[in-house]
Design a protein around this ligand. Sequence first.
Ligand code: HEC
Length: 98
Amino acid sequence: MRLSLCGYIVAGAFIVVGGALAADGQTVYTQDCAGCHQMMAPKTGDKAAWAPLIKTGTDAMTANVIKGKGMMPARGGHADLSDADIKAAVEYMESKSK
Ligand code: HEC
């Protein structure tokens, strides 16, 4: 009984810590990426535009966002975003676009 209760507490602590570290892709996207990607190509949700990008892989796309590409400034112009934040946002955009 004691042991299993302990397990719950440890698991709960991990969820809290995980939540603080791993960014919420949707939040990052809404705050820092949607301004462009709701109206500018590649538009979020535009399957045809995203299909070839998704094929290159999440890591390759994340790297392009981090260093900037074309009209997109490095990190989408948000230097405060960590690599993990960017990746989470890219994964969110992918999930909405395939
Ligand atoms: C200033 C407008 C702008 C903002 C802000 C912006 N993007 Fe972009 N993004 C673009 C444009 C324009 C492209 C197309 C670049 C090209 O192919 O020339 C692009 C391309 C991309 C791509 C495809 C990269 C590839 O591999 O070709 C991804 C993924 C992406 N953006 C994710 C994001 C994320 C995540 C954010 C928020 C952190 C973000 N963008 C913020 C304008 C923006």
